[in-house]
Design a protein. Sequence first.
Length: 291
Amino acid sequence: MAAQTKKAGQSLAGERRNKNILTVIFGVIAVIYVLPILLVLMNSFKANTFVKTNTFDWPNADTFVGWANYIKGMTFGNYPFIKSVTYSLIITLVSSALILLCTSMAAWYIARVDSFICRVCYYLFVFSMIVPFQMVMFTLSKTADTLKLNTPVTIPIVYLGFGAGLAVFMFTGFVKSLPLEIEEAAAIDGCNPVQTYFLVIFPMLRPTMISVGILEIMWIWNDYLLPYLVLDRTKYMTIPIHIQYLQGSYGAVDLGAIMALITISIIPIIVFYLTCQKYIIKGVAAGAVKG
């Protein structure tokens, strides 16, 4: 009995030691990830000269400029920053909604119709996840101009094409885990396929819908390259493009103002992610049941 008690105590002590080691490791990893954000925040309150020379120092009486960088960044040039925020918001919301609606319907059809064409379409969606963007970026700009997809209202169609792969993959796995009997019962009650989707399937897709929505919103909000290639930059600028153009005469760059605008741009997405992060794991786990 004493030997068993001693063994149990040693096992408990070993588990505590392992947990402490993991806590330290994850703490170090967290610091590594948070450090760049902290540096951006610190330097957003410094004068431009000190951002270059005292990058890792806390703002002090000599380097601190208060909110001057934020005011300068939002009023720089002839293109108002609030306009860029509006375009980024429109593109993010419309693109995410379009991706969620179209890919969830496509995934439901692919999961329920067992045909060769559906299987080919599914694997094409999955294959698109591994195709590098650089393979299509050179022809994307001309194609978008030809099809008039170079405005904030039409660019969501381009985002639908690039974001459909991951979304269809996750939705298909979740739909396969849903009982087919529910849809059969809806058909017996007189629902057509459209009614079955919106009244029965759509509400049950909520876990994966939230998870996919979070991932797509974070990607589209922070995306720089695709809007830069597609949009008419003389009329439309998203936040990343606006920040890239934040430079004065002879190519002089005001790093303090840039850091201020970067801080403004990342705060909404950080708050959004922290609010919804618990749904990511739930959605990924739900989509991994089958498929």
